[in-house]
Design a protein around this ligand. Sequence first.
Ligand code: SIN
Length: 520
Amino acid sequence: MPNNIETQILIIGSGIAGSITALQLSEWFDDIIVITKNLDPTESNTKYAQGGIIYKGEADNPELLTKDILDAGCLINKKESVELLAKKGPELVEEILINKLKIDFSKNKDGLLDLTEEGGHRCRRIIHHKDYTGKMIEEILINQIKNKKNIKLLTEFTAIDLITSTHHSQNPLDIYEDTEVLGVYALNKDTVYKIRANVTIIATGGIGEVYLHSTNPQSATGDGIAMAYRAGARVINMEYTQFHPTTLYHPEAKRFLISESVRGEGAVLKDVNGKEFMKNYHTMGDLAPRDIVTRGILQQMLKTKKDFVYLDFGPIGSKTKIKERFPNIYNTCKKYNIDITEELVPVVPSYHFSCGGVLTDINGQTTLKRLFAVGEVACNGLHGANRLASTSLLEGLTFGYKTAMYIKENWNNYKKIKKYDIPDWIITGHQKIDKTLLIQDWMFLKTLMWNYVGPIRSAKRLNRALKDLLHLRNITEDFYFDCYPDKELIEFRNSLQTAYIITLSAWKNKKSIGSHYRED
Ligand code: SIN
């Protein structure tokens, strides 16, 4: 394959948001490229979403869903985005996921879609496939993409930087114009490709790797945020980092998500003395919004002087019921010798989701021309200060679809593109990276973010974090430019950039709200 590629549409990321955008656009365009840095294109945050996706409950309506999203988001959401999702989202679930893709959502004993509940919802409106909804959806989406002749799926392509008219054009006069995004430089094995596109869509997902404890996969390194920021796009609300209340606490386990739907089905939180405590923190008890449950757990851990609390699956029902409804959680805990049908399960909060991101309007348009963003990497104001459970898959579906429609309807604005003179990627260094240095840098970054920019923040901690991050950034930039392009180093640099943006936003915002909590 030549290392200069041209396409109409370039999508970076293959989770639900990127995949839906690609599939929708494939109805009208001949030439779409989806790149993912992973070998397995299903590897994404989508794959690990357990709980489900919002559809509609019995006495439900878009106004009620709007209210729940606004309440969880502490009313700093953008209402237009919330209303769009609340109205259009469930329609798309039916049209695309249920009717077109025939996703096998779990049914109840009457053969109807089984509705479950999670924190912050006033009714049961979430559909699911047991406890691995995201995996089920993602595998079908990627199969569909593989079967489309007009979508080229390039795996192991790591985006390095967006190509922009103002940064990369060889014509000095172009810097006086508005920035246009022209594609991306991407690394595959030892080659850097220049992929030029009329439209570029970032769908790179989350940022969990900046934290020591996270529910996200290793690939969640904030690449889209960092690249968009470096290119000059606006990035907002990054202090609103959501922590999930319940992840498995076990010395040998990475923090494995224990879905909120477990509590939706009746499980209760107990402290180490076996006492239920969430009613002391919120009238909705165990099903209060996530930020409140997270802080409730942390306070209870402080009171009991223990590093965890327990989740009691008992109230859900019989052993068979628990195993059938939550096979993924059952099997994973079993690997660590915990039988969720018989024992209390030790849990702690971990980092989960970024409510902020690259600023977009409801059509996915960022502040840079020809650049769109969809899914977790984007921030159209839907989540406000804290995301309502089971809105993330729905966000990817709704805004992926909406963005595709917008691009199709406005293609006249994108189809012609100035002939910029864009050079190939310039390799600045030829050293191989020293992995030992990189491992230490990762540990430093993750621990610092967890301890100073975690669920409970203060000016003192944030100040310290900013200083340490600046120092680390200086070292990393030297390291980066001395070395031959390397996937891990690119990811680390992006995570560091993202961590800095989160910390600066948290430092600037002195008001505790939603998932941003300052004890000072
Ligand atoms: C969960 O299953 O608890 C996670 C779902 C979500 O983050 O929306």
